[in-house]
Design a protein around this ligand. Structure first.
Ligand code: SAM
Ligand code: SF4
Length: 327
């Protein structure tokens, strides 16, 4: 029988985020250095079999209900639908976060393999600016990917936009309008100090409160009840859908955080900003049993921090970038 996976502060973990690769075909300035990162050698990355085994232990032993595939860019991992098929068989709510560039071809196969929902990251609707942010002139492919995701029946399709002061903060209303027109919920994310190149500064963070105020001026909003999910959600008063903000920096949601992350090489991280991790790959490849995995998972979760301390004196940047942790 499954037992709840609870940390030292009484929070229950429900959501497992799996980085299926550390590789990425984009170079988003807020995530990765321009020159890219050193990719992990192939043998260091968990196989599909290993990923599924860890996920199965989370589901069978701890009753985890939600699994999200991320990266790096998950769609650059070969044969992704085959992994989705095996994870879907575990009976969890299965979702993916992607840059969307390959979705035009992959949305249908992923949907048929059992993927339920998808979040596409897109920070600008202006081709030149999009290329500057991502290092790739691929806005057209991403927009086609969003359309393909909607058409394939993935439900819901959401959009993530990281807002950076002086980079794309003048596009908040345009992005919100895009979401209204396409029937997708846009979630505006505050810039976090996980960019690897050390460009982050408090001055580049656009507070979610400012984002909401700007959208509200153009399209009046009313708040929806704020549940355990990190996004604070709002409804357009004219009935044209919903929009969300993720105030990770200005209003951290650590007190209700229910997620853990598995990196591409099998390290379990209980917080985005964790400086310690559990090496599940060593157990997987060292002949460890499911009991050994469950014990290591429970130990790591027990040490989950009360919360991060961005902006405070004791804050330590984790040695990994967002692309190496998975968003
Ligand atoms: N490559 C996929 C993508 O871009 O959606 C999945 C991995 S990416 C690391 C996951 C999410 O993290 C994306 O929505 C991205 O915008 C967000 N992200 C990356 N760096 C960030 C940062 N420094 N602050 C806030 N969000 C960030
Ligand atoms: Fe790649 Fe996603 Fe990071 Fe952009 S945000 S560099 S697409 S991992």
């Amino acid at each position: 029988m499954a037992v709840p996976l609870v940390d030292g502060f009484g929070r229950q973990v429900q959501d497992l985020r799996i980085s299926v690769t550390d590789r990425c075909n984009f170079r988003c300035t807020y995530c990765m250095p321009k020159e890219g990162l050193h990719w992990l050698p192939r043998p260091d990355i968990l196989s599909f079999e290993e990923i599924v085994r860890v996920a199965r232990v989370f589901v069978e032993r701890f009753g985890i209900t939600s699994v999200r595939l991320t990266g790096g860019e998950p769609t650059v991992r070969a044969h992704l639908p085959a992994l989705v098929e095996q994870l879907a068989a575990l009976g969890v709510e299965l979702s993916m976060t992607t840059n969307g560039a390959s979705l035009a071809g992959l949305a249908g196969p992923l949907r048929r393999a059992g993927l339920h929902r998808v979040t596409v990251s897109c920070d600008s609707l202006r081709p030149g600016r999009f290329a500057e942010i991502t290092g790739r002139d691929m806005l057209g492919q991403v927009l086609a990917g969003i359309d393909a995701a909607v058409a394939s029946g993935l439900q819901p399709v959401k959009l993530n936009s990281v807002v950076v002061r002086g980079v794309n903060d003048d596009e908040v209303v345009d992005l919100a309008r895009f979401g209204r027109e396409r029937g997708v919920e846009v979630r505006f994310i505050e810039f976090m100090p996980l960019d690897a190149s050390g460009q982050w500064s408090a001055g580049k963070v656009v507070a979610s409160a400012e984002v909401v105020a700007r959208i509200n001026e153009a399209y009046p909003l009313e708040p929806l009840t704020h549940g355990p999910e990190p996004a604070e959600r709002f409804r357009y008063l004219d009935g044209a859908g919903t929009v969300g903000v993720v105030a990770s920096v200005t209003r951290p949601f650590c007190a209700s955080c229910d997620r853990v992350r598995l990196t591409a090489e099998g390290a379990l991280r209980s917080c985005l900003f964790a400086v310690r991790e559990a090496d599940l790959r060593a157990i997987l490849r060292g002949g460890g049993s499911d009991d050994d995995l469950a014990q290591a998972i429970a130990d790591e979760v027990w040490h989950k921090w009360a919360g991060h301390s961005i902006g405070k004196v004791g804050f330590v940047r984790p040695p990994r970038s967002m692309s190496q942790i998975g968003g």
